[in-house]
Design a protein around this ligand. Structure first.
Ligand SMILES: Cc1cc2nc3c(=O)[nH]c(=O)nc-3n(C[C@H](O)[C@H](O)[C@H](O)COP(=O)(O)OP(=O)(O)OC[C@H]3O[C@@H](n4cnc5c(N)ncnc54)[C@H](O)[C@@H]3O)c2cc1C
Length: 279
């Protein structure tokens, strides 16, 4: 019979030393870790990071927002965040039920890298960066370079995600998140769209970011569409959105919906998200 180890350090440095010397599996809220092992004994050595004070909390500064690696979805919902984070808060309310939100972490959602992870498009649209640390040092990656595909991230085995950083947006910018599932709550997404929009003094789009999830192995920003609609009035921008703007998506056929249905739904949700974020 093999035995496994469990480590729950109180100091970040101790966790980093451990990760640098042994292959540990990181455990945060466990809401992805445990469901992936139902009926099976835990057969990996577990590094539980929930006791590390440096990884907790959500801080808002003039430069943006720092979400600590063990900050939960419930903490995010309760935090006073700029309006542009409205889409992220809406996504947080979609992650399972309240029990899951009380335990599951924002960073865990990114590290798990499910194509249907609600946090990924919302954080992509905000321009989030992921801060990684190891005994060798620290680095920050834009979220689009961190989540590389289905269950695949750029995290190296000795690295820990220590925080997620959101840049500041102009005053008045707004963010929305729209999710299509088979029912209203407790459902895996068929398509989700997040948009953040800032308008200029005459009501034209000054800055925008749009991300689509569950339509490719990793959620994607629609960068060409974003660049094209900057400078336009929101109504004209919405009217101009066409199927071609979503050509880079690669939705699949599965039990939840066909690829064609996903494309169609994504087009509708992108138009709706821009309209709502610019309102
Ligand atoms: C009933 C139920 C419903 C759910 N509904 C939804 C839903 O609607 N939408 C949705 O998006 N998700 C949903 N989830 C999935 C899950 O709750 C979220 O993805 C959650 O945010 C995961 O966070 P966690 O802290 O529990 O991660 P954990 O399970 O602790 O970890 C997840 C993965 O990330 C790694 N990891 C975690 N933190 C770090 C870190 N700091 N550094 C490096 N690696 C790390 C772990 O090793 C593991 O591989 C649901 C889960 C359940 C059980």
């Amino acid at each position: 019979m093999s035995s496994t180890q469990y480590l729950r350090p109180a100091r970040l440095d101790d966790a980093l030393v451990a990760l640098g010397t042994h292959p540990w599996t990181v455990l945060a809220g466990g809401t992805d870790f445990y469901p992936g092992r139902v009926g099976k004994p835990v057969d990996v050595d577990v590094l539980d990071i929930t006791r590390i004070a440096d990884l907790r909390g959500i801080e808002v500064t003039a430069g943006g927002v720092r979400i600590g690696a063990t900050a939960t979805w419930s903490e995010l919902i309760a935090a006073e965040l700029p309006d542009v984070c409205g889409g992220l808060k809406a996504a947080a309310r979609e992650v399972g039920g309240v029990q899951i939100q009380n335990t599951g972490t924002v960073a865990g959602n990114l590290c798990n890298a499910s194509p249907a992870a609600d946090g990924v498009p919302a954080l992509l649209a905000l321009g989030a960066e992921v801060e990684l640390r190891s005994g060798r040092g620290a680095r920050r990656l834009p979220l689009g370079e961190f989540v590389l595909g289905s269950r695949k991230t750029a995290r190296r085995p000795d690295e820990l995600v220590v925080a997620v950083h959101l840049p500041a947006w102009p005053q008045g910018a707004k963010g929305v998140f729209l999710k299509l599932g088979h029912r209203r709550y407790l459902v895996i997404s068929i398509v989700m769209v997040a948009a953040c929009v800032a308008l200029d003094a005459v009501g034209r789009i000054a800055r925008c970011a749009i991300a689509v999830g569950a339509c490719s192995a990793a959620a994607q920003r629609l960068s060409s569409l974003e660049a094209r609609i900057v400078g336009m009035k929101p109504d004209a921008a919405v009217a101009s959105v066409a199927a071609n703007d979503l050509a880079g998506l690669t939705p699949i056929d599965d039990v939840r919906g066909s690829a064609a249905y996903r494309r169609d739904a994504a087009l509708t949700l992108v138009r709706q998200a821009i309209e709502e974020a610019a309102r």
